[in-house]
Design a protein around this ligand. Structure first.
Ligand SMILES: Cc1cc2nc3c(=O)[nH]c(=O)nc-3n(C[C@H](O)[C@H](O)[C@H](O)COP(=O)(O)O)c2cc1C
Length: 177
């Protein structure tokens, strides 16, 4: 019998072997909102429902997150791939991404920041706290989901994942247990 060989792996290479969280579009800001592509998304508590996003301080959205009490996280389908790429490439410090990229801000039900009309699922989030360690490359903003709406025909196998430079969609392997 051949002996199983385990290879040593760096920390980030090890993490990259796992599938990522879904890509979301962050919309933040009251009067002049901005939209940005985010891959660092996590659920921190189920009840109450607390979600968080990681953002670099160099982003224009970081400034808006600091100034705002809330934000929305909008889940795009694969049909919005081009929009997702553009929102993740250009900075709102130089252009109005909503109009340039072709997305429609929709007034939030419970927050000042808008949601995105074209996205089939939108979470409205009230900011609770952030983790800014100084020596981490992302600052985490966590907040409570205070409202959510979803398209009637929402298809969860259609959400986008961003994995090692490539976009994916999830696929179910087997039915319910
Ligand atoms: C798929 C994808 C995921 C991204 N995820 C993040 C992220 O989680 N955090 C972050 O700070 N930037 C992330 N970015 C980069 C920002 O979206 C990008 O720098 C954007 O231009 C920032 O826009 P802003 O300056 O208007 O905020 C991602 C980009 C792409 C394409």
């Amino acid at each position: 019998m051949s002996e199983e060989v385990k290879l040593n792996l760096g920390a980030i290479e090890a993490v990259m072997q796992l599938p990522p969280a879904p890509v979301v579009l962050l919309a933040v800001g009251g009067d002049e909102p901005n939209v940005t592509t985010i891959g660092m998304f996590n659920v921190f508590s189920v009840d109450p429902t607390i979600v968080g996003i990681g953002i670099k301080s160099s982003r224009f959205s970081y400034k808006l997150l600091e100034e705002s009490d809330d934000f929305s996280l909008n889940v795009p389908g694969r049909d919005l791939l081009e929009h997702v790429v553009k929102c993740g490439k250009h900075s709102g410090s130089r252009l109005n991404k909503f109009s340039e990229v072709g997305l429609t801000p929709k007034p939030g039900s419970r927050i000042r920041s808008p949601t995105i009309a074209e996205c089939p699922l939108a979470l409205e989030v009230k900011k609770l706290e952030n983790i800014d360690r100084g020596d981490w490359d992302h600052i985490w903003y966590m907040g409570k989901v205070v409202h959510a709406d979803i398209d009637k025909d929402y298809d969860r196998s259609n959400v986008l994942l961003y994995w090692d430079g490539e976009f994916w969609t999830p696929e179910m392997v087997q039915g319910k247990e």
